[in-house]
Design a protein around this ligand. Sequence first.
Ligand SMILES: [Zn+2]
Length: 235
Amino acid sequence: MRRSIRLDKEYIVHSYLTEDELAIKEFLAFNEVDDDDLEPFVDELLQKFVEEYDPEMDKIKKIVLLWCIRILTLGDEIEVNFKCKKCGNVQDTTISLANLLRFPEIDSDEVPTKFVDSSEPIEISDEFYDEMDIDDFEFYAKNLYSYYIVYNTKIHFNCYYCNEDHFTNLMSFKKVLQFMSEDSYETLTEWLHVLVYFGHLTRNDVLKMTPVQRMLEIKYFQETKKKELGDQNGN
Ligand SMILES: [Zn+2]
């Protein structure tokens, strides 16, 4: 799958495969690194999934592109596992990534497109205003968000038990890489083994599946096994 994303210019991004999920989870499992140390690894990924990728771009733009690729491949929901800081209950919650990024709605060819963190007050450079007459000024003031790529560093969610407010910052290399697979490295390798050993597939067949195809394959495998066991028990 491919999709065109309009940031400061048009980017064509591609979805990734099971082999990429595995490589990402393997890298995270075996490398204890700071967010900035992940940049060379991220550049390699973006080189592969973004046409005409420029490694000199800002970090925030790289993170936005990674999230776009993740959403294209696995959809715009993530499961977050957390322990409530107030009542201590451990739980899962689903977060929609629609709250994470908002792209300009109006064709903004004439306007410099900037990345704005909506958790912070928006600052606009003086040069931006200096070039406008008063009519333009009013128009842009009204439609401010239409001209910016807005990202949100604080995604809020509530405790299921006590309703305590929590938030998470998803705008880091580490966070987006973690969410590029719903499975851990151990689970991925285990399922790879099971599908090859019992599923009559080659390792390469599985690695070249999209993550969604692989998850379906696992589901069918589990259903078939269950049915077989049922048949053996005479049901
Ligand atoms: Zn709680």
